[in-house]
Design a protein. Sequence first.
Length: 210
Amino acid sequence: MLTTAERDVVLALYATGSYVGWLTGITGWRAGTAAECNYTGYARAAITFGAAANTSPVGGRQIANSAAATGGQNTGTTQDAIGWGIYAAITGGSPQWIGLLDADVPFFGVCTLASPGVITAYAHGLLADQRVFALAAPGAITPTGIAEDTAYYVGTVPNANSLTLSTTASNANPVNTTGAGAMLFAPYTALTIAANATPEFAIGALILQI
């Protein structure tokens, strides 16, 4: 595990000279492969971050944007964004950091071998039909039947501490598993960038944690 000092060294790499872009799709979190908005007038926004501080609950370190980050005005047609990426340059390259547009934090879930697979995640707070990305958890076995880097719908919510997944809305295609395991699940909500709208992240809205 990195010490506090080493975490701060890593976070300092993004403190200045970074840009934030709005993402329409994410195909590889670890590889940094994502599709960026391309509406008429789109542009990444320059971004600066404040000093590193402890996460809450304490256990890691984090930085947040210290000024509002305003993207290019949409002078074309409506486009939906689901996430954001931190880039080293104003154009080109791959995102160095990827996040989703949602106030809910990712959670760790343990999934059974079942039809459908039942995910146990204490006080997850999600409702049926909310969207989540499934991410591989370091050191954990991925449940067979749930794919990494894939967006799912919440299928059913048997209780406050469990849920199932579906590949389509209204639990039309429940996800069955043939092997138990555990994953990270990141809730997200799409942001519609309407014609003539200008997307913006307020101060403190972008938080990088390590």
